[in-house]
Design a protein around this ligand. Structure first.
Ligand SMILES: [Zn+2]
Length: 326
């Protein structure tokens, strides 16, 4: 009796293992097919999901072969339809590649773009100024971090810029930066001209990505990562007064190569980041990413009425450009 029951159990167990194996295989195949769908946009992903839902409803099984193909095909056609819709009708003829990027706002900062994704006839479309409103996605990232409600600067005084630039590997990257609304046109023009000159910037993210709990040490963390940034509601380095960064009126460009230097009485300079030691004295325009009076970024910012921290006596702040607004 026991022996018989034992054999029966083994048969049952073997059956369960086979069923489990088939299920795992079907799930694996479904996941693999799902990942192969170009889901670059939320709408695309939505299409995949709704197509899958339709397929599973009509066949009773999301994993059966025909249903999967139908789901993938329908998702692909939804994605290509969306790409078509995104192209402005009047400009459709000038699009050089079906992969041309039409909405830089849709991509997160740090995204690396292929050369053929840029339509050089409409470069200005990759340099965008956005308002920030309470509750929106940018607000959610900055609230109680680089931004908090105060009497000096409001959300309506700030603009969130999306731009493209050349990184240190000469690749095209998407960047983000928050600046004063009155300077947003200056910044957009400058960034576009920097891009056209292949001027290299390490990276450009909001300082909130480095948030440590207070504005000053967050600034330190952002600099350690050689991050280019502007707005941060904080005091000036070594002072209890608000920094021009607190108004979005100052930018720190490639900060490790262009450090904040305090000179001692004996003439020696002190920096706050070890990686900047090599950039205190031996600063020449031949060195990559070093800002001097011969540097293209310096010349552009000067043309637009900015002053440069490298022209201060002591300390010198080689990364820093600022412009007063009325
Ligand atoms: Zn600065």
């Amino acid at each position: 009796m026991n022996k018989k029951r034992g054999r029966f159990s083994r048969v049952l167990l073997a059956g369960e293992i086979v069923i489990l194996g088939v299920l795992v295989f079907l799930i694996f195949r479904a996941v693999r097919n799902y990942e192969s769908v170009p889901a670059a946009s939320a709408a695309g992903s939505q299409a995949v999901r709704s197509a899958e839902l339709t397929a599973s409803q009509s066949t009773g099984s999301a994993a059966s072969e025909p249903a999967e193909s139908a789901a993938v095909q329908s998702a692909e056609s939804a994605v290509s339809l969306q790409e078509t819709v995104l192209q402005p009708v009047s400009e459709a003829a000038s699009v050089s590649s079906p992969e041309t990027l039409t909405d830089v706002n849709a991509l997160p900062a740090g995204t690396v773009l292929a050369e053929n994704q840029i339509d050089s006839n409409h470069l200005e479309s990759y340099f965008i100024s956005n308002e920030i409103a309470e509750g929106d996605a940018v607000y959610q990232r900055i609230n109680q971090k680089s931004y908090r409600k105060n009497d000096n600067i409001g959300l309506s005084d700030l603009r969130y810029l999306k731009v493209i630039f050349r990184d240190f590997n000469n690749q095209i990257q998407v960047g983000e930066i928050i600046v004063n609304a009155k300077l947003s046109d200056d910044f957009l023009t400058i960034f576009q001209e920097l891009y056209q000159k292949d001027y290299q910037i390490r990276q450009m993210h909001l300082v909130d990505n480095y948030w440590t709990g207070d504005g000053e040490s967050t600034d330190t963390a952002s600099i350690e990562d050689d991050n280019t940034s502007a707005f941060n509601y904080r005091t000036a380095t070594g002072s209890s007064n608000l920094s021009n960064h607190a108004y979005g009126c100052a930018i720190d460009l490639n900060p490790l190569e262009n450090p904040y230097v305090v000179f001692r009485d004996d003439g020696s300079g002190k920096v706050y980041h070890a990686a900047s030691e090599a950039y205190i004295y031996n600063r020449s325009s031949d060195m990559p990413h070093v800002i001097t009076h011969d540097d293209f970024a310096f010349q552009l910012f000067q043309e637009h009425g900015f002053s440069w921290g490298g022209d201060w006596n002591n300390p010198k702040d080689y990364q820093h450009f600022e412009k007063k607004v009325s």
